[in-house]
Design a protein around this ligand. Structure first.
Ligand SMILES: Cc1cc2nc3c(=O)[nH]c(=O)nc-3n(C[C@H](O)[C@H](O)[C@H](O)COP(=O)(O)O)c2cc1C
Length: 410
């Protein structure tokens, strides 16, 4: 067994070198201006992260269609200009020999009602959630599905042109591509639904179209669920077949996660999957049990995200050989230099703030707000309560949504 640790460099199949094995996981920033363009706040935040030591930074999801945002403050790339802002964003995130991958997404039926009360999805099936935050979607027409592929390709082309080091297609967490993969959300009877081959067609055609546009030497990553962890949903067996296809489609890095808004396994791991979490590594990093079977199915380099906190666990996972890149999310909303601290041996672990936030239902807002504080040049607020975080987060989202509407009315 080859001994690897978080400081070992590696080379992706396209030939691009990564300086170490730590990646900042994609985290939505909500920092765009009312035209949904990148801003100086992205520059401040990504300069901090690039200085923080990770080999790869994956951006929060950049949207292909302003009608279907994941959040009002998303960056959108359509015909809204903003190329100089993207160049500044890319320059900041690639300092310190860091790779900056742009995550590209379409929110599908997980578009908040505040953004669009009538989102789109593979089929007209609402999210099974008790609250009214999401409207009933309409099914995309076949022409519109082709348009989605064109939009993803356009955004990837702009990412390359403006200096991003690579792109990541968001195929996880219940957004549009993940909805197409799921038999629960996708009940189409045309070539985009039914068999797994048909459900995976949108993801595969998107990847192939991007590859044709960016050439063989530009990194393309895909974020994919190891499973949706829902009865009748995209299963682990489905995932194992899709990763084999993605290898044919020349993907350079597969980020493994899981879950969606109906079942947020990406944040807590899969309920009822304890049998697969029997090893020390898998107890901390909750998708590692799935990484082993994915590794057996494909040679695509694997990044696994979810729960990694201690250096010992990260090094053990790399040495066991089931993962190539360790994804870290939440700790970096507070400690932007956590990778450097781990690499230098100053810290034995990143801090699991999610275990400290009370009440815990405010945790997501807490992380989002601290990320915004850093983007504004402020120190993170570690003492914020969960209640305060929820209120301030909702106020921030409302203000951003109102600014978008104000711009539309002009
Ligand atoms: C504030 C926040 C925003 C996130 N936004 C995204 C996103 O835009 N795209 C994505 O694929 N995952 C997103 N995630 C999920 C993370 O990439 C990651 O899968 C999750 O936080 C688990 O990793 P961790 O335990 O290291 O935090 C987000 C997570 C957080 C906390």
């Amino acid at each position: 067994m080859m001994t690897l640790d978080i400081s070992s460099p590696m080379t992706l199949p396209c030939g691009v070198r990564v300086k170490n094995r730590i990646a900042k996981a994609p985290m939505t920033e909500g920092l765009a201006d009312p035209m949904n363009r990148a801003t100086k706040r992205h520059v401040t935040l990504y300069r901090k992260w690039a200085d923080g030591g990770a080999g790869i930074l994956v951006t929060g999801n950049v949207q292909v269609d302003r009608r279907y945002l994941e959040r009002p403050g998303n960056v959108v790339i359509d015909d809204n200009g903003g190329l100089d802002e993207l160049r500044a964003f890319a320059a900041a995130g690639t300092t310190n020999n860091t790779l900056l991958f742009m995550q590209i997404g379409h929110a599908g039926r997980q578009t908040p009602r505040r953004v669009n009360p009538r989102p789109v999805a593979p089929s007209e099936i609402s999210l099974a959630l008790p609250d009214a935050a999401f409207g009933r979607p309409r099914a995309l027409t076949a022409e519109e599905v082709e348009d989605v592929i064109r939009r993803f390709t356009h955004v990837a082309t702009v990412a390359k042109k403006t200096g991003f080091s690579g792109v990541q297609v968001h195929g996880a967490h219940g957004y549009l591509i993940s909805e197409f993969l799921s038999p629960l959300a996708n009940q189409r009877t045309d070539k985009w639904g039914g068999s797994l081959e048909n459900r995976a067609r949108l993801l595969r055609e998107t990847v192939r179209s991007i590859r044709a546009a960016v050439g063989p030497e530009y990194p393309i990553s895909v974020k994919l669920n190891s499973s949706d962890f829902q009865k009748g949903g995209f299963s682990h067996e489905d995932c194992l077949q899709v990763v084999k296809w993605l290898e044919e489609d020349t993907v350079d890095l597969l980020e493994i996660s899981g879950g969606n808004y109906e079942n947020p396994a990406m944040m807590i791991g899969a309920r009822g999957a304890d049998e697969i979490r029997s090893t020390t590594v898998a107890r901390e990093a909750y998708f590692m049990g799935y990484a082993r079977s994915i590794r057996a199915a494909t040679n695509i380099p694997l990044m696994v995200t979810g729960g990694f906190r201690t250096r010992a666990t990260m090094d053990a996972a790399l040495t066991e050989g089931d993962v190539d890149i360790i994804g870290i999310g939440r700790p970096l909303c507070v400690d932007t230099d956590a990778p450097q601290q781990l690499l230098s041996g100053k810290a034995e672990g990143a801090i699991a703030y999610e275990q400290q936030i009370k009440p815990s239902k405010g945790a997501l807002g807490w992380f989002c707000l601290n990320l915004i504080r850093i983007a504004d040049g402020l120190a993170p607020d570690r003492e914020m309560t969960g209640d305060l975080a929820i209120a301030a987060y909702l106020a921030n989202e409302e203000e951003t949504a109102a600014a978008l509407e104000g711009r539309r009315l002009e």
